[in-house]
Write a protein that binds this ligand. Structure first.
Ligand code: NAD
Ligand code: UGA
Length: 316
């Protein structure tokens, strides 16, 4: 089962699993027949043998029947994004990231699912001094979103400590980019600005650094986390890029041969200056390392943005 399968990362994961011959039940509360983003994300999976889509909210739906015979649950459903989490939507963050996760854990335990992989986040580390973050570092979340992601992964890891229930791998993804990235994220907005000539709003001076991680690398790490025997605990999934927002802007400019018009705005609350993953544990436990460098990844992301949006209703 892949939860959040109509989302950015979940749809790529579901597609890669189906391509590998795995049967996938995808669960998401966004309905592809009415939600254009979900429709575009799921277009390549529509009608594919081996993919079964269930439109349901994990806060209320019956989860047990969806888990019969499941070898693994990839729990990616949740409300992402640092900045809106300060607002009135916090209840939604808490509900989807923590309470829905609790329901998935209870159901997985009842049915006896052997492995649960949960999408955690680099944001659990909070502000750093620029050194690479290790899974053994003390988390210090700096936003309401990050607090819910830490609660989510810790809840999963607490369940894994019991004699019954699934083993749990909590993947701490670092700022994921690539085709179908969420439209609120920086890379999407920078590439869109480069392609269209529309201005880009920069929160701060652009010297923030991120360990940008390409979607295909994230999918490979996630599949490994679902299949490698004896894996458990938190694991960083970082692309190794350690680049600034200005570096991304420069690459986008060079790809289009046009300068992005920048509108500088104030730094947003909860935004950390640097995220950087220590990749050792991912290598040791998952045998994983990132393969896609930032320039190639941004080129692929830009090509996808420039291509026509697939039509879910017409996909085979
Ligand atoms: P996304 O918003 O594109 O996908 C999340 C999906 O979860 C959405 O389709 C949404 O409808 C679904 N969902 C939310 N609440 C639900 C509920 N109660 N029941 C059923 N479905 C529900 O986000 P994304 O960028 O693909 O992120 C996926 C996961 O990875 C999230 O948990 C996010 O916190 C985590 N993460 C993302 C990044 C990143 O850079 N994108 C980095 C770190 C962690
Ligand atoms: C991203 C995801 O949005 C989170 O869901 C995820 O949990 C997190 O990565 C993670 O690594 O765990 P973030 O790093 O804030 O969070 O990624 P973006 O939303 O792409 O923002 C990156 C930087 O660009 C931030 O400094 C942000 O302030 C800046 N930004 C963003 C802009 O300057 N302008 C924009 O229009 C958008």
């Amino acid at each position: 089962m892949v939860t959040g399968s109509a989302g950015f990362i979940g749809s790529h994961l579901a597609h890669a699993l189906v391509q590998a011959g795995t049967t996938v039940i995808g669960v998401d509360r966004r309905d592809p027949s009415t939600d254009p983003t979900a429709a575009a994300n799921l277009a390549a999976l529509r009608g594919r043998q081996g993919y079964h889509h269930v439109t349901a909210d994990l806060l209320h739906c019956a989860i047990d029947p969806l888990l019969i015979d499941a070898d693994a649950v990839f729990h990616l459903a949740g409300i992402p994004g640092v900045r809106p989490s300060w607002g009135p939507q916090f209840g939604d963050y808490l509900a989807s990231n923590v309470l829905a996760t609790h329901r998935v854990l209870e159901a997985s335990t009842r049915i006896g699912v052997p492995r649960l992989v949960v999408a955690s986040s680099s944001s659990v580390y909070g502000p750093t001094d620029g050194d690479a973050s290790c899974e053994t570092d003390r988390p210090n979340p700096a936003s309401p979103y990050a607090v819910t992601k830490l609660a989510e992964e810790q809840l999963c890891l607490a369940y894994a400590e019991r004699p019954v229930g699934p083993s749990v791998v909590a993947l701490r993804y670092f700022t994921v980019y690539g085709p179908r990235q969420r439209a609120d994220m920086f890379t999407h907005r920078a590439l869109y600005a480069a392609l269209t000539g529309q201005p880009l709003r920069l929160y701060g001076d652009g010297h923030q650094r991120r360990d940008f991680t390409y979607i295909d690398d994230v999918v490979a790490a996630t599949i490994a986390a679902g299949t490698v025997p004896n894996a458990h605990g938190p694991i960083n999934v970082g692309g190794g890029s350690n680049a600034s927002l200005l570096d991304v802007i420069n690459i986008a400019n060079s790809l289009t041969g046009r300068e992005i018009q920048l509108h500088q705005d104030h730094v947003r609350n909860g935004d950390v200056l640097v995220t950087r993953a220590n990749p050792s544990r991912a290598g040791e436990v998952l045998g994983w390392q990132p393969r896609v460098d930032l320039h190639s990844g941004l080129r692929a992301h830009m090509q996808a943005l420039a291509a026509p949006v697939p039509d879910y209703s017409r996909a085979a």
